[in-house]
Write a protein of this length. Sequence first.
Length: 479
Amino acid sequence: MTGPRTFFGQPRLLAHLFGVELWERFSFYGMQGILLIYLYYSAERGGLGIDQDTATSIVGAYGGAVYLSTILGGWVADRLLGPERVLFASAVLVMAGHISLAVLPGLAGVAVGLVLIAVGSGGVKANATSLVGSLYAEDDPRRDAGFSLFYLGINLGALAGPLLTGLLQQEAGFHWGFGLAAAGMAVGLAQYTVGRRHLTGPAREVPNPLPARRRPLVAAVAAAVVLLIIAVVAFGLLPADRLATAVVVLSAVAAAAYFVVILTSRAVTGIERRRMLGFIPMFLASAVFWSLYQQQFTVVTIYSDQRLDRTILGWEMPVSWVQSINPVFIIVLSGAFAALWTRLGDRQPSTPVKFAAGTALMGVAFLLFLPLAGGGPNSAPLLALAGILLVFTVAELLLSPVGLSLATKVAPAAFRTQTVALFFLSVALGTAASGVLARYYSAEHEVWYFGILGVTALLFGAVLAALTPLVRRLLSGVR
């Protein structure tokens, strides 16, 4: 007698979430692979001709806003609609955003498109991750392996997106590249529409419903926030070159407020509260990690455009193709990491140790830029950058899928999806910081730039390693 059907040894329902996340990431990374150069390329090259520092601030702010929006997606799921419905609606918003970038000209298309994609992607990320966590019991040893497999889907999309949109952008123009991203999201939405009926039970439950008497107040606050954003944009109250800084501040304030809300809630038990306290140093390590890692879309993109020799057999590959190097390594190594954690079982390193190693290794990756520093245009070998991005990848696999898994383990029952969103706030903080830090990068100051950031990450990893015994006690049995 055969057992229930599985998806590579994981719950069958993981396949539906794997698919929608793959196509959402195809569209997301495909667009992001050409976004920065679209902003700062001259009009003669099809771009908008924005100052490079302003362009990196916009990209950093947008990336941070994506992860900041996970708070909104998580709150709506936990208090109003349930994670499955929010996931579907968010995917629709993402597709609409890519269509806006493709068809609306100039800054209008950028503004409308990035806002829609940021809000939609935040909803997709928070709820897809929460739904994956809901497929497993808390002590199911397959959990980390399942998240690694889910991470594989993310990176299949991240691999194909920049390759295809970058090639189309180079051959036909930026708006065709943005259009392909929209088409990819449409495929993902169609696939998910077919499979979403199987996601029932906790997937459609609202774990902490908002009382009806409070809904008018929430609606009024939401309307006020929207009007405030419109006013800020309309009257130019926040310069574009300070957008990333604003998202850093907003992310930090939101994270602090969320930790206070969860830790003081009467719906949280004593053991859940201790686990959330243990989650704080992990949150900080994650923010440090992502502030370096997400520079793939700011500093590394500029580096690839201006410093990297991209010539292969006489043909110059698109700038965005560099963004597909990391996903190749993820695809190759994520299965190996999943198998390793499964094989080791209870003998695998604890989550704090994985976080400390990932943060420190990210610092090593930045220090590896130092031997290449000081060269002229097109002087950095492609193979050398690929080697550095391999180190990025190993660091990412030690922290990112493990962090998603940890968030679902420590999440109090009343804040299930919102705790996942809280983890994504660390990514928001780091991603926006990557846009702020990029202002200090230049070819003339590479030694100081990569050296200071690399050493800082190494030191933070060492501190977390030293705190591991304390963090493990606070996590109260969560590895």
